[in-house]
Structures are given as structure tokens and as C-alpha cells.
Design a protein around this ligand. Structure first.
Ligand code: HEC
Length: 187
């Protein structure tokens, strides 16, 4: 009886594709999900340990490194992007900027943006482009809120490290940016 039940479960799982390799879309979505969780945890820990001043330094030193590590480990392109970027490296490409603008328009109409997936072809190769919106929450305002409301210690770090910072002046609910992943579709 037990063996029969096990067999039945296994055959259902096999039929549903459970035993197959994850699709490029799944790999992209999982990488984004995991990176988001790690960044959120790091921010929480740093805010507890070093307060907002410690956190802004640590975010500036670790965000890029952690994201690059993830991209390498998961064998795909992975970034955070924003129309109003703080780090120059987070400047969106044309494709990403178009999605971000669509989402901003949607939010204005009161519609929460959803994740986006599309297969694109470039130089004869096929890729999955996956993007997930990042919205501003209350906790983000300590470093992304209006400049006049930021603590002087935070402003000092931001001005020193990001002289062309565009990522302030946000309110809760605004679109902050997106996670963007590109995974090759193997022929
Ligand atoms: C303690 C300060 C601090 C807090 C709080 C904070 N951030 Fe940031 N954020 C930064 C810094 C510093 C960078 C630039 C990191 C880098 O150099 O890669 C950044 C960059 C980003 C980026 C990448 C795009 C860009 O502008 O370069 C996104 C997206 C982002 N933050 C979203 C958020 C969200 C969402 C929250 C709230 C959940 C948040 N941040 C809270 C300091 C902070």
C-alpha cells in the first residue's frame, strides 16, 4: 500500500515536470527571489546593529558584491535597476527603462505592477528577460526619502559615495526600481 502510494506520487510529480531541469524562467525568478531575501535580511541586520548610519555604509559596500556573487553562482545576468539610480551601475538599459516606465504609469492608475517575463533574441541567441518590481516601503525612507528628512549622518555618506545620487525623494508605495535577470535559453 505504502509503496503503491509512493509510486503514484512519483508518477504525478514526473508528469508535472518536477523531475526536470528548471526552466530559464524558473532559474531567473528563483535567483531574484533569493537575492531579494538576502538583501532584505542584510539590511535588517545592519539596521539593528549599526543603525541607519552603519546600514547605509554596509549597503553601499555589499549590495553590488552580493548581487554579482549571486549572478555568478546562478549562471545568469542579475542586477537591480532604477530610473532614479543611486549607483551608476544600476542604470537600466533601454528594455528595462521601458518596463519601469510602464510600471510607473500603472501605479499612477492605482494598479500594482506585476513581474514581467519575455523571450528575446539577440545575435541569434534566445534569452529570457525577467523583471520584478521593487516598491518603496516605510523602512526604505531613511535612505531614499526626501533629502530634507534624511539624517545628517546618512546624507554625509550618500554625498561622499554617490555625488550624483538620484535615489532620494521617494514616498512609500512609489516604484523604487526592479530586479532584472537575463537567462539564456539553451538550444
Ligand atoms: C540604510 C540605508 C538604506 C536603506 C534603509 C535602504 N536603502 Fe536602498 N540603497 C542604499 C544604498 C547605499 C544603495 C546603493 C548601493 C550600491 O552602491 O549598489 C541603495 C540602492 C538601492 C537600489 C538599487 C538601485 C539604485 O538606486 O542604485 C534599490 C532598488 C534599493 N536601494 C531599494 C531599497 C528598498 C526597496 C529599500 C527598503 C526596503 C531600501 N532600498 C532601503 C541605502 C539604503
Amino acid at each position: 500500500m505504502r509503496a503503491a502510494a509512493k509510486l503514484a506520487i512519483l508518477s504525478v510529480l514526473a508528469a508535472s515536470g518536477f523531475s526536470q531541469e528548471p526552466t530559464p524562467r524558473q532559474r531567473a525568478a528563483e535567483a531574484v527571489r533569493d537575492l531579494a531575501a538576502v538583501l532584505q535580511q542584510l539590511l535588517g541586520e545592519e539596521m539593528k546593529r549599526g543603525g541607519v548610519e552603519g546600514a547605509v555604509k554596509s549597503c553601499s559596500e555589499t549590495a553590488q558584491v552580493v548581487t554579482e556573487e549571486f549572478a555568478k553562482e546562478r549562471e545568469l545576468d542579475l542586477r537591480r535597476v532604477s530610473l532614479k539610480y543611486r549607483n551608476q551601475k544600476d542604470q537600466p538599459d533601454d528594455y528595462e527603462a521601458a518596463r519601469l516606465k510602464e510600471w510607473e504609469a500603472q501605479i499612477k492608475l492605482g494598479k500594482p505592477p506585476a513581474e514581467h517575463t519575455q523571450t528575446v533574441t539577440e545575435n541569434g541567441r534566445r534569452y529570457i528577460r525577467y523583471m520584478k518590481p521593487i516598491l518603496v516601503q516605510g523602512v526604505c525612507l531613511a535612505c531614499h526619502g526626501p533629502r530634507e528628512k534624511l539624517a545628517p549622518e546618512v546624507l554625509e555618506v550618500l554625498d561622499a559615495r554617490y555625488p550624483r545620487d538620484k535615489a532620494t525623494g521617494y514616498r512609500a508605495g512609489d516604484l523604487r526600481g526592479a530586479f532584472s535577470a537575463i537567462a539564456e535559453v539553451k538550444p
